[in-house]
Design a protein around this ligand. Structure first.
Ligand code: SF4
Length: 226
């Protein structure tokens, strides 16, 4: 099925998909996205209201005691590294960007803890620049729906989505696919019985590929040990 038609169908299921990370400013969005690496938006949203109440902007966060920041975010994964990164990030914003979140890819990616996915989310959500951030949901959904190959890395998935989905839809399509992956086509127990894409879904192919990859990695690890 054509990518735009797939997005149309997902929008029928989720007509109001949007960024679920709590934030009031581009700075708070940037911090929330950095904190969301390898953890859920829900767990980030549990810590950010208090975090932003205490340190709402780069000038306050750059002067925060790192141990206080660690305590404020200790319930999320990798909190020590993330605490260090967001304080350094606030400092870099103050010193290099006049306390303003930049909008170019190059500038965003120069900041501590900011990779391609984070830069794409910030450009899309804070600045409405057409972007296609590929997180775990977007990657899985793209592969199950045949919009990318099972062996594609996130960058390859992003390139394919940018080619196949109309540019004017990128920003919304990103949210649509996240909602579809988070609430319908979940990693475990997806709602296949109700799915409009079941006829051409590549879930089994993706599972077989992931299993074979894992077995190969285990075999290589065992050979190294032996
Ligand atoms: S059939 Fe199941 S796994 Fe495939 S896209 Fe639909 S919900 Fe996802």
């Amino acid at each position: 099925m054509n990518a735009d038609l797939i997005i149309d169908q997902i929008e029928q299921i989720f007509p109001d998909a949007k960024c679920e990370l709590i934030h009031d400013t581009p700075f708070q969005l940037l911090i929330a996205v950095v904190l969301s690496a390898q953890t859920t938006d829900a767990s980030v949203n549990r810590v950010t209201p208090a975090l932003f109440a205490q340190w709402p902007d780069s000038q306050s966060l750059m002067n925060a005691d790192i141990h206080d920041v660690e305590q404020a975010i200790r319930t999320i994964g990798l909190y020590r590294t993330k605490a260090k990164n967001i304080v350094l990030l606030a400092k870099a914003l103050h010193e290099q960007f006049d306390d303003q979140v930049p909008s170019t890819f190059k500038e965003l990616q120069s900041l501590p803890g900011v990779g391609r996915k984070t830069a794409n989310v910030v450009r899309s959500v804070a600045f409405d620049i057409p972007s296609f951030a590929v997180d775990t949901h977007v990657e899985r959904v793209s592969k199950r729906l045949g919009l990318a190959k099972v062996e594609d890395d996130p960058l390859k998935v992003e390139e394919k989505l940018r080619r196949k989905v109309s540019r004017a839809r990128w920003n919304q399509a990103h949210h649509d696919m996240i909602f579809f992956g988070r609430y319908f086509c979940m990693a475990r127990n997806p709602k296949c019985n109700e799915c409009p894409f079941a006829d051409f879904c590549k879930k089994d192919k993706l599972v077989a590929y992931q299993q074979a990859k894992k077995e190969k990695q285990n075999k290589e690890a065992n050979e190294k040990e032996g």
